[in-house]
Design a protein around this ligand. Structure first.
Ligand SMILES: [Zn+2]
Length: 275
């Protein structure tokens, strides 16, 4: 097999969307292609194409946008697929079950073959930090890829959660990819009133009220929240466009700070090298 096909519902539109992933030569990176628009517009997955970061990472080119790319990008990045064409038959990547599990499983099962010269790594060479109030991201040199993440939410079920792990395809598949996105009931009502999250349901997100989880089956992991934040971070890191070697210490970040971090890291060329 030389392609991956998946289908699911768009979180914001609530409509069924088809997704196809095709192999590409090494060094060409990930490119998104919206196949429902009359003109097929290519949107390369890099930080310069990111147009919005509230609720999800959205990439766009000349008015054509694709939303919610981060869970798929995390799966591509961590399952070591750095070059692919992603065809999306609609304005957003299907939300699937709110995690990266279906994407990661499909990538592992199909095993798309990349061709061409071996991939070059982006290796962190010296410590680099961005911060904003009590949030920060620090990158340090490390022979593999490691993330240490801390979140703090004033909610009885979340509170402070902390997780540190080395990321490789199997660890990602088993430990991080099943962690679902989460939201608070009051915010869900807010989004709905703005016409967003129409496809959102307990099938594709953990929804919390002030006491606990509304999902009948509860959580997949006690620390599913911090695991999902790691997933989101890896999905944003994926926009660096190549495999990465480094250790990342992250506190309370979100898509907006993640994007600032990767843009600033790319422009601080003394902080990294290509190996
Ligand atoms: Zn997410």
């Amino acid at each position: 097999k030389d392609e991956i096909r998946l289908e699911g519902v768009g979180l914001h539109t609530g409509e069924g969307i088809e997704l196809r992933i095709l192999p590409r030569h090494r060094g060409e990176g990930i490119v998104f292609l919206r196949t429902d628009s009359p003109k097929k517009v290519e949107i390369p997955a890099n930080p310069w194409e990111v147009t919005a970061t509230s609720f999800a990472t959205i990439i766009g080119n000349n008015g054509t946008r694709i939303s919610t790319v981060e869970h798929l990008m995390a799966a591509l990045f961590c399952m070591e697929l750095s070059n692919a064409v992603v065809e999306v038959q609609g304005p957003e990547v299907p939300i699937m079950d709110g995690s990266s599990l279906d994407f990661a499983k499909a990538i592992k099962e199909v095993g798309l073959e990349e061709t061409g010269l071996p991939e070059r790594y982006m290796a962190i060479k010296r410590p680099f930090k961005v911060e904003e109030q009590d949030k920060y991201i620090i990158a340090r040199p490390y022979p593999g890829l490691k993330v240490r993440y801390v979140i703090e939410f004033p909610h009885p079920l979340i509170g402070r959660q902390e997780k540190e792990l080395d990321i490789d395809p199997d660890t990602f598949l088993n430990t991080i990819s099943p962690a679902r996105t989460f939201g608070f009931l009051k915010d869900v009502k807010d989004l709905r009133s703005k016409g967003l999250a129409r496809g959102g349901s307990l099938k594709n997100a953990i929804v919390l009220d002030s006491n606990g989880v509304l999902n009948p089956d509860g959580l997949r992991f006690k620390d599913e929240f911090v695991r999902h934040k790691i997933l989101d971070f890896l999905g944003d890191l994926a926009l660096l466009g190549r495999p990465v070697k480094g250790e990342f210490e992250v506190k309370k970040s979100g898509h907006t700070l993640n994007q600032r971090f990767i843009r600033e890291l790319l422009s601080h060329k003394e902080a990294w090298e290509l190996l």
